[in-house]
Design a protein around this ligand. Structure first.
Ligand SMILES: Cc1cc2nc3c(=O)[nH]c(=O)nc-3n(C[C@H](O)[C@H](O)[C@H](O)COP(=O)(O)OP(=O)(O)OC[C@H]3O[C@@H](n4cnc5c(N)ncnc54)[C@H](O)[C@@H]3O)c2cc1C
Length: 384
């Protein structure tokens, strides 16, 4: 039997699942501490709905203090540094040491990497920004909207496409779609390239059918008032701008020397252990190469953070309790693509399969939309 102090850094999708599974499995046999700068768990897959007024702030967040009922210690502090050798974490007000550490700190955003981003671009990559974009959308009724991706990698490859489809639907229902041009720009060669060219073709057809103009291989260089400037010299006019912000690993991980040339934490793909024994990293902070895949690294998505959390929590619980089998992560994942009009498409795949990833695409239907609503309900209720 191992010792049982587990530190979970970050209580978003990966950290919440890992801490909850550990608490359930170990009931009193271990001290589980989660540390998150935010007091609330906020469910970003619901932000596209919030953006068009279909969800309120209260519907997409939960108070993390509720986890204390399960015996989880919840610390609402900012992590400023990490010592992965000693498994020690320093926050703005204290220091914590564990026998195991699970890092699930997600991504930070680097808007300053693109001149003009902070001044002119909206996004929905955090709750405050999603609320601000919702207000801008509500006041918009004519002109051109540019929607796009500024830099790779970014989390949830489907999210910006959901933004485009849901805005098309929203403005159609308002009766003003005919007055609005929607342009989609991305540095990628085709939509959602991680799922392969065939599915990209399906998404492209959907964009065309909705009158959304698609501009691939356009890497954003600078944003000016009403104009986007791309690295290839082209420009695009906009009245309302949505752009996925540039992503980066949180600073304490970079300072700790835990990231590699990819900018993210390398891990053993089977058990998510980092180069430091007993220190695991899951979710958006990790880079998992996919040599047989359509893109060099696995995309960042909550479904992977959740699957990895299950494996890491299981293995730590088995080590501490001395019972139960060790498990390996399989690289399987699924995701919805909200297409508006009460419908959603669905993609499900084996992303690390040999000789090629196998990914299935289901056409938009109300059934998949209802499944996405059920997925949201699961996350807002199951753990709290
Ligand atoms: C608009 C949108 C829609 C999405 N839709 C989907 C979807 O439909 N399906 C899907 O699978 N994925 C989706 N995703 C992606 C998904 O949300 C992420 O991949 C997932 O949240 C990653 O989980 P994580 O635990 O790695 O990080 P996060 O969930 O981001 O959690 C990281 C936590 O760490 C905390 N933290 C960071 N730095 C510090 C610090 N220094 N000190 C203390 N705490 C810190 C943060 O406050 C946060 O709570 C979507 C994302 C967005 C933005």
């Amino acid at each position: 039997m191992e010792r049982g102090n587990v530190l979970v850094l970050g209580c978003g999708i990966g950290g919440l699942a890992a801490a909850s599974i550990l608490a359930d499995r170990l009931k009193g046999k271990a001290n589980i501490t989660v540390i998150d700068i935010k007091r609330y768990f906020q469910f970003s897959p619901s932000y596209p709905w919030l953006m068009i007024g279909k969800r309120t702030q209260d519907q997409v967040q939960r108070d993390l203090k509720v986890l204390e009922r399960k015996g989880i210690k919840v610390v609402s502090e900012e992590i400023t540094s990490i010592d992965p050798v000693k498994k020690t974490v320093t926050t703005t007000s204290s220091e914590y040491t564990g026998d195991f550490m699970i890092i699930s700190l997600g991504t930070k955003y680097n808007p300053d990497a693109i001149p003009g981003f902070s001044e002119y671009a909206h996004h929905i990559y955090d709750l405050e920004s999603a609320i601000s974009f919702r207000d801008a959308v509500a006041g918009f009724d004519h002109g051109s909207i540019a929607i796009g991706i500024s830099r790779l990698p970014f989390k949830c490859p489907a999210a910006p496409y959901e933004v485009a489809f849901l805005l098309d639907d929203y403005f159609s229902r308002k009766g003003v779609r005919k007055n609005i041009q929607i342009n989609f720009y991305t540095p990628e060669p085709n939509p959602v390239p991680s799922v392969g060219p065939e599915i990209a073709g399906n998404v492209l057809k959907l964009l065309e059918s909705r009158g959304i103009n698609y501009h691939p291989q356009m890497k954003l260089k600078e944003i000016k008032k009403n104009d986007l400037i791309f690295e290839n010299g082209e420009t695009m006019n906009y009245d309302l701008l949505f752009s996925v912000p540039p992503h980066a690993a949180p600073e304490p991980l970079v300072k700790a020397g835990m990231t590699d040339s990819s900018g993210w934490i390398p891990v053993n793909v089977k058990n998510l252990e980092t180069g430091f024994p007993g220190v695991f990293a899951i979710g958006d902070v990790v880079s998992i190469p996919t040599p047989k895949g359509y893109v060099p690294y696995l995309p960042k998505a909550g479904v992977f953070a959740h699957g990895q959390a299950k494996v890491v929590a299981n293995n730590i619980a088995s080590s501490i309790s001395g019972s139960g089998k060790m498990r390996e992560w399989d690289g399987d994942g699924a995701c919805f693509l909200e297409t508006g009009h009460g419908k959603s498409a669905f993609m499900k795949g084996k992303f690390l399969a040999e000789p090629r990833p196998y990914i299935d695409f289901r056409e938009p239907s109300s059934i998949w939309h209802m499944q996405k609503v059920a997925f949201e309900k699961y996350w807002m209720r199951h753990w709290f």
